[in-house]
Write a protein that binds this ligand. Structure first.
Ligand code: SF4
Ligand code: SF4
Length: 440
């Protein structure tokens, strides 16, 4: 298929990165790439979504990757997956003889193997230099569900209408659900038998990188998990702590042990980020070490420093996140990178998944989430118009219109973005600049 045709299909089909910030996937396609990596690292604790999709739809996903490889004339496709995802590995190996440009690369059982900079290093040995994109090293990385969506867009002309979501934690039966876009989170949790405790909180997007969410929030193309945890769980309390309290605690309790820097996933790859110096600057005033503050822009927000490394339970990641936002607001760009090379002791400082899960107090919830075959059918969906990086889409329907499932309800026009489709058939009951509501 011609690259321009594939780009149009992916844009019209509403395909965005299904795991992170929702970058429109067509914008990644570039003939400078020689390597495409399918990222099935899935290292957020309690997630088991991508491995199930890869096991169930291996042929479709490999077919989509081959379609993309041909369109951009890349040399190879690498399936990056952990060896313990045995069903996924076996399914891929079964179909591999049909895809001669595709190989498997087994990732270590570490966190954050799914940070694409880490994934690229572990699978190819290439280092994406600080401040650069993967394409600078000739690599494009795709999420598993993104490629599944690409398959359905190319082979069946279907836009993205649903999102696979894991529901785990304090629920009766952890499940993986194929949820219509716009369905309320609390209704998705009900599919797992509901909450098993009275005082709980929802975390959307994973304990390491996600945030507190509400039951009235709705499924978007970047939703990937709803974790129900006790409202006094350390991960929840960490998310609830006000920034001023985190700053005060940093000033009084940071002992400059360096543990946060020694285990920082980006520092170990040679990025000039040193969270212990940043924390010292928080204590002594940001002007005391401007290099440490500005270099914090290289932080991936992986969360190791505050949820694993710090013996004082401080919050480098959160405070760095606040500082990064401030720096961006002031128009300060990433500094000219000083790349120090991968640390020679990196192998000894990787964070094993089982230790991370244990330290987070999540072992009792780590029991897997079965795929729920039955698709939910909500009476009403609220489809958000901003489900990707870039400006929101513009509505393509008006109140009173009748739509079928799969019809386009919003388009990006010429802007960076991807089309948005009705996840159920029914009548449009409300249209604003932010959302479209459809009643079955
Ligand atoms: S690990 Fe915690 S106490 Fe040690 S330097 Fe980092 S923030 Fe300070
Ligand atoms: S969140 Fe912490 S460990 Fe992760 S990259 Fe940022 S500073 Fe390093």
């Amino acid at each position: 298929m011609e690259l321009s045709t594939l780009i149009q299909i992916m844009k019209d089909g509403g395909i965005v990165g299904a795991g992170g910030a929702g970058f429109p996937s067509y914008a990644k396609l570039d003939k400078k790439a020689d390597t495409i990596i399918l990222n099935c690292a899935e290292c957020e604790p309690l997630f088991n979504l991508h491995r199930q999709l890869l096991a169930k739809f291996a042929k479709e996903i490999l077919t989509a990757l081959e379609e993309v490889r041909e369109a951009i004339e890349a040399e190879r496709v690498i399936i990056a997956v952990k060896p313990t995802y045995t069903n996924a590995v076996e399914a891929v190996e079964y179909y591999l003889p049909e895809f001669k440009n595709t190989t498997i690369s087994l990732l270590p059982e570490i966190y954050p193997a799914g940070d694409e900079i880490v994934t690229i290093y572990e699978t190819t040995g290439r280092i994406v230099k600080p401040g650069k994109l993967p394409i600078s090293e000739g690599v494009i990385v795709f999420n598993v569900e993104t490629m599944l969506n690409t398959y359905f867009a190319v082979a069946q002309n279907k836009g993205v209408t649903h999102k696979y979501i894991v529901v785990a934690g304090e629920v009766k039966n952890p499940v993986m659900v194929k949820a219509p876009l716009g369905m309320k989170y609390k209704d998705v949790v009900a599919l797992a038998g509901g909450e098993t405790i009275k005082n709980y909180a929802y975390i959307g997007g994973g304990v390491m990188t996600g945030n507190l969410v509400s039951g009235n929030d709705v499924v978007t193309k970047t939703s990937n998990a709803i974790l129900v945890l006790p409202d006094n769980h350390p991960v929840v309390l960490k998310r609830k702590t006000r920034t001023q309290i985190s700053i005060a605690r940093a000033m009084s309790a940071c002992c400059q042990c360096r543990s946060c820097t020694d285990l920082c996933s980006r520092n170990l790859l040679g990025y000039p980020i040193e969270p212990h110096r940043f924390m010292r600057a928080v204590s002594k005033g940001m002007d005391s070490d401007t290099a440490a503050v500005v270099n914090s822009m290289y932080c991936s927000q992986c969360g190791i420093c505050e949820l694993y490394s710090c013996p004082q339970d401080l919050s480098p990641r959160t405070l760095i996140g606040v500082a990064k936002a401030e720096l961006r607001k002031k128009g300060i760009k990433m500094p000219e990178p000083v790349f120090e090379g991968v640390h020679i002791d990196r192998d000894y400082k990787k964070v094993p998944m089982h230790r991370l899960i244990g330290r987070l107090g999540l072992a009792k919830y780590n029991i897997g989430a079965e795929f729920l075959e039955e698709e939910p059918a909500p009476e009403e969906v609220k489809i958000m118009l901003s489900q990707h990086i870039g400006p929101p889409c513009s509505p393509a329907v008006k109140t009173g219109d009748i739509v079928n499932a799969g019809d386009a309800v919003a388009t990006p026009g010429d802007k960076l973005g991807a089309g948005i489709h009705a996840s159920i058939g029914g009548q449009v009951t409300s249209v604003t600049d932010s959302y479209v509501i459809i009643k079955r």
